[in-house]
Ligand binder design. Structure first.
Ligand SMILES: C[S@@+](CC[C@H](N)C(=O)[O-])C[C@H]1O[C@@H](n2cnc3c(N)ncnc32)[C@H](O)[C@@H]1O
Ligand code: SF4
Ligand code: SF4
Length: 421
């Protein structure tokens, strides 16, 4: 039996080290003791709870009765792969703070603020101590991911966190997940981030603010734009995460998001199908391939809460998860196969994503050849962008409409064909 707890480290704002950010939140494995100069991460990773995990996995048993059975990280049928013992960590997942500037209705943030032990914001000294201990213990660190149940950029010294990590681990990739309601330059000045994932569920304020309560969509779009304006050596990859809700899923808004994503230089626009309250009624697992995708920047993912619902059942949840459950109004558990996945889901996702594949782009290229001849078509790599940016007003106005029509027609055609098969 295997589990990625032997390859990752999940550290909460109060310094506690827990199993992971899912059901494993209930299991505390240790803590950073920032007042103690003798404290060492190597001692934590060899302590009793870790020894119990190693022994159980080696014996092909789940380490924590009543917990692991519901956890998506348990891999039955695989041999344990312990990187921690080799002093390598594939991901250090850090929650810098629980504070947040928004009030998204389905988030557990407020419940965790009420229930979790203080501090709710990690002191810089604690982060420094953890990094020093990892460095002095000769640990290799592949990725640091700043994300938790609060907004990382609400930490008043967030930049210092990134700089410290760069100092101690110059080659480690640093990733941030943020709601982006900030001024990029003043918040992240001098923070050498590699990747920024921005949660921005909409392009228009009226739809965006229904979930991102207290947020301003123009500010978020400007945040992404500003991130891309930095000099190449400081410029992070910007990925836009767009959760599909019932109030932001019109064709016009989804198509506009694709235009804006390209305009600001985003590396990816991720449409997320969620299982929470307010989820899109128009796009669900059954018809992902009807999403109006016309840009190769788009990818479609499912939010893991769908699996979470299925795995957790009705009992044995921490109190904050309970509150989140009530608030989110999660749907009934989907039907699962023995590996814990919904069998019909994977091909549907693959089909939705296939629309951005070279094959899908090929459909547009064929039309383009018809519209402007072989020679010119060869020179044009992205037909949609070409039509949109053309100097000729007729191509600009009619081109994208035609391409979209053909794209949609091809999709429903191929969907019908695969259904018949
Ligand atoms: C709790 S947030 C913390 C990070 C940051 N405050 C943010 O919103 O991006 C962690 C992740 O949960 C996602 N999230 C929030 N509400 C969600 C929902 N209803 N369904 C799926 N994902 C959600 C956010 O987009 C974000 O990627
Ligand atoms: S499967 Fe068990 S040991 Fe692994 S992360 Fe989940 S709760 Fe922790
Ligand atoms: S911005 Fe992030 S942390 Fe804050 S309430 Fe929304 S989802 Fe939760």
């Amino acid at each position: 039996m295997d589990c990625e707890v032997l390859r990752t480290l999940y550290v909460k704002a109060n310094g506690q080290i827990r199993c992971n950010d899912d059901v494993g939140e209930r299991v505390v494995l240790g803590a950073v003791d920032d007042g103690n100069s003798d404290w060492s991460i190597a001692d934590v990773l060899a302590n009793e709870p870790y020894a119990k995990i190693r022994k159980a996995l080696a014996d092909d048993r789940p380490p924590w009765d009543g917990v692991c059975e519901q956890c998506p990280f348990l891999a039955r049928g695989s041999a344990p792969r312990d990187l921690l013992v080799e002093r390598r960590i594939s991901m250090l997942h850090l929650e810098p703070t629980l504070a947040c500037n928004l009030r998204c209705p389905c988030c557990s943030n407020q419940a965790q603020l009420r229930e979790r032990p203080q501090p709710h914001t990690m002191p810089v000294g604690m982060w420094d101590q953890l990094l020093r201990s990892l460095r002095d213990g000769n640990y290799e660190l592949d990725v640091i991911r700043y994300e938790g149940q609060g907004e990382p950029l609400m930490h008043p010294q967030f930049s210092e966190f990134v700089q410290l990590a760069r100092k101690h681990f110059p080659a480690t990739r640093q990733r941030l997940t943020t709601n982006g309601n900030f001024d990029y330059a003043s918040k992240l000045a001098g923070a050498p981030l590699d990747d920024v994932l921005v949660s921005c569920d909409g392009v228009w304020q009226a739809s965006y603010e229904q979930y991102r309560v207290g947020g301003e969509v123009e500010r978020v779009i400007q945040f992404m734009r500003d991130g891309r304006k930095l000099t190449p050596e400081r410029r992070p990859t910007i990925r836009w995460k767009y959760i599909l809700f019932e109030f932001n899923d019109s064709t016009e808004e989804l198509v506009e998001a694709q235009r804006v994503a390209r305009d600001i230089g985003a590396a990816q626009l991720l449409f997320i199908v969620t299982g929470t309250k307010y989820r899109s009624q128009k796009y669900a697992h059954e018809n992902l391939d009807t999403l109006p995708i016309e840009s190769d920047l788009v990818a479609v993912h499912l939010h893991p809460v769908v699996d979470l619902v299925a795995r957790h059942g009705e009992d044995q949840r921490p109190p904050w998860l309970d509150a989140m459950w009530r608030k989110r109004g999660w749907p009934r558990a989907p039907r699962l196969d023995t590996t814990g996945h919904e069998p019909e889901l994977k091909p549907r996702l693959a089909r939705a994503n296939d629309r951005t594949s070279p094959r899908a782009r090929g459909h547009n290229a064929t039309l383009l050849k018809r519209l402007c001849g072989k020679k010119l078509a060869k020179l044009i790599r992205d037909p949609v962008a070409f039509c949109r940016d053309s100097r000729h007003s007729l191509v600009r106005s009619l081109g994208p409409v035609l391409l979209r029509r053909v794209g949609l027609w091809r999709t429903s055609e191929s969907a019908n064909r695969s259904r018949r098969r």
